[in-house]
Design a protein. Structure first.
Length: 346
């Protein structure tokens, strides 16, 4: 599809170039011919008015004929030069058109590739729990006498797989929601302290169970954005920190001003992320080595992808710093005030 689109777009670009080149050539030809014809007419008039003896009359006729031949020669020379110019324009324009067509369609090509990978990954992730459920049910149906305990175990396992499907579909819906863009009407000044407290409240039971210490530093800072999506952003990063933090360790949430931006961070004291995983952690369905946590980690690798999308919608940046064996810190940079376009330079 993309090669065909590139070819068609190249033809469109080239057609436009050729039309403009032809119009320019036509105008140039008419102007040039008009000038040389006018010059020839002046010379012809001057020669005709020149008083000559009768013996020189044949020379006057020869000069006028030579003048007509020169006019024809000049016209043909102009045509040849314009043809050469248009041929060069065709060759250079074709190369430029192909380059521009590829450049124009490159984002679409990348988007289509990403969409294809997303569809394939989503299909695979959806198929996995369904396959597990089907296998368990088929095995159970082959048993002639299924006890109540075995049936209960089967149903419990199926419920676990259904919960996985619900989590996956919920993640996909959340991701689709943020693909639609940020509604300017929903943007307001949100206190960073509220973002942290709301996110902590979501996981308070798990924090208490793991005996984790949550340290926050916010001050009176505010960021501009959609309150719900910003809470979702902090919650995703906090959830990630909780998953990989050892019991009784500390998770730090901080914020500080930086010119027209606010820098926030979520840091844990977990085992960290391998350097090979860091470039991919924001990719959809990417999950780092689960062996870095002693706990069973459920998820489909959508959380950090959603977090990255939320940050992008708010014209911010997100980076991760991690040292294996010591911990991980996510750093977010968000504008203190919202405008349609933000510079990320500070």
């Amino acid at each position: 599809m993309i090669p065909s689109a590139i070819f068609k777009l190249t033809l469109w670009y080239l057609g436009i170039i050729l039309v403009l080149s032809s119009l320019f050539s036509l105008a140039l030809y008419r102007e040039s011919v008009s000038q040389i014809t006018e010059n020839a007419d002046h010379q012809r008039t001057a020669v005709m008015r020149l008083p000559l003896p009768g013996a020189f009359e044949p020379r006057r006729t020869e000069f006028l004929q030579a003048l007509d031949r020169q006019l024809d020669l000049d016209q043909r020379r102009i045509i040849l030069r314009l043809l050469a110019l248009n041929l060069s324009t065709l060759l250079l324009g074709g190369a430029a058109s192909y380059f521009l067509a590829r450049r124009t369609l490159r984002p679409i090509h990348h988007a289509m590739e990403a969409q294809g990978r997303f569809t394939a990954d989503a299909s695979h992730e959806l198929r996995t729990p369904l396959t597990a459920m089907r296998s368990e049910i088929e095995v159970a149906l082959r048993q002639k006498q299924l006890t109540a305990a075995e049936a209960r175990e089967l149903l419990t396992s199926n419920l676990e797989e259904i919960a996985k499907l619900e989590a996956l579909s919920s993640g996909l819906l959340r991701l689709a929601r943020f693909e639609g863009g940020l509604d300017p009407a929903a943007v307001s000044q949100v206190p960073v302290a509220d973002l942290f407290s709301e996110a902590i409240h979501r996981f308070q039971a798990l924090i208490t169970e793991r005996k984790l210490n949550i340290a926050t530093v916010t001050g009176e800072l505010t960021v501009a954005g959609d309150r719900d999506s910003l809470i979702e952003l902090v919650a995703i990063l906090l959830d990630n920190a909780i998953k990989y933090s050892p019991p009784e360790s500390t998770i730090s949430l901080g914020a500080q001003p930086s010119n027209h931006f606010v820098r926030m961070s979520v840091a844990d004291e977990g085992v960290g992320i391998k350097p090979a995983d860091i470039p991919h952690i924001f990719d959809r369905f990417y999950r780092a080595d689960r062996s870095r946590s002693k706990h069973k980690i459920n998820g489909y690798g959508l959380g950090l992808s959603i977090a990255k999308r939320i940050v992008d919608l708010h014209h911010g940046t997100i980076v991760v710093e991690s040292t294996p064996g010591k911990g991980t810190m996510f750093k977010i940079k968000l504008p203190a005030e919202y405008t349609a376009k933000q510079s990320l330079l500070s």
